[in-house]
Design a protein around this ligand. Structure first.
Ligand code: SF4
Length: 324
């Protein structure tokens, strides 16, 4: 049994009496001690999928229109809000792109970590303080005894992201969802934070879902990859399989927009156009207006998911790559 098992998840945004689909038929599984990368441009449904897993869509215009989310065999969508809150934070946790929006600027970071611990664990204040210090050390904050009394604005972007990771780890979650955790950081700090997540995973054996627009980041970090475009998974495979036989033109486009480290290029191959908005109806394959391989059927018939090889699925009429 997978730790997390999502089947046919459907999300929609309420517009009057209509529900505009934003995530359609998403199925994902994450095993214990495994890292899944979800990759795609902004507006492809990656973060909404994560928020649905965490039960954080309440109070937004997004509705769950279908599907199931099982975590350790429990149907999360059938839990009461109170039961759901107990799972969140204690068994699964999430870190976001910009820690300043998640950290409270008027409280010291130590108080915020202690609060995260005490919400889910029965400990004395002294024990929670020691645990907060241990966590700051675990996420490699220098001089934790001093930094525990800092306010978020007194820390660098990389240190704030480490504090967020410490808060997420406060209760030893089995699943950590990291939503673009390095996007707001400069390149060297990005590497440090990703390396930290990898080493914490090796140490704690937690599973990780890493959400990113950067296929390069995902390739270095993840066991499996799901590529999302306009609310759908368009390609899904173990990372090594995906990189040895990339099949969907969108995945190839994402790869082409990664800068190479071993040679200089004047221009990167950006994918032309943009992700269509919710209001724009695109008949056939949703990627066809931007696709270099589009042909007749692409403009009228929505492709279904098909297996390129065992565990490698692609949603395309004309998959590229050596097995096509
Ligand atoms: Fe491109 Fe056609 Fe495949 Fe869509 S179905 S990705 S338009 S080749």
């Amino acid at each position: 049994m997978a730790l997390l098992d999502i089947r046919n998840l459907e999300l929609g945004i309420a517009r009057g009496s209509e529900l505009l689909p934003v995530v359609q038929g998403v199925s994902l599984a994450v095993e214990e001690d495994e890292t899944l990368g979800i990759v795609g441009e902004s507006g492809c449904g990656k973060s909404l999928t994560a928020l649905a897993i965490m039960g954080l869509l309440e109070g937004t215009a997004v509705r769950i229109a279908g599907g199931t989310i099982h975590f350790q065999g429990r149907d999360l969508l059938a839990l009461s809000p109170e039961e759901r809150r107990r799972v969140m934070g204690a068994e699964m946790a999430m870190i976001f792109q910009e820690p300043m929006t998640s950290l409270n600027p008027v409280y010291r970071v130590g108080d915020q970590i202690r609060e995260a611990i005490l919400q889910h664990r029965s400990m004395s204040g002294r024990q929670a303080h020691q645990r907060a210090l241990d966590l700051l050390e675990l996420v490699r904050i220098p001089d934790p005894m001093r930094r525990i009394d800092s306010f978020p604005h007194q820390m660098s972007g990389g240190q704030r992201q480490r504090v967020m990771i410490a808060m997420a780890l406060a209760c030893d979650p089995k699943l950590l969802i990291a939503d673009e955790p390095t996007t707001a950081l400069d390149v060297t700090v990005q590497r440090d934070v990703l390396e930290l997540i990898r080493s914490l995973q090796a140490r704690t054996r937690m599973s990780v879902i890493l959400i990113s627009h950067d296929l390069g980041v995902v390739s270095e970090t993840c066991d499996n990859v799901a590529v999302m475009y306009r609310g759908r998974i368009v390609e899904q495979a173990p990372t090594s399989t995906l990189f040895s036989n990339m099949s969907h033109p969108y995945t190839l486009g994402l790869l082409g927009s990664i800068p190479a480290l071993d040679h200089d290029v004047e221009w990167l191959d950006a994918i032309p156009g943009r992700v269509p908005t919710l209001d724009e109806a695109v008949p056939g394959c949703a990627f066809h207006p931007r696709c270099f391989a589009a042909q007749g059927a692409c403009r009228t018939v929505d492709p279904g998911a098909a297996a390129v090889s065992p565990a490698h699925f692609v949603r395309c009429h004309f998959p590229q790559g050596s097995s096509s």
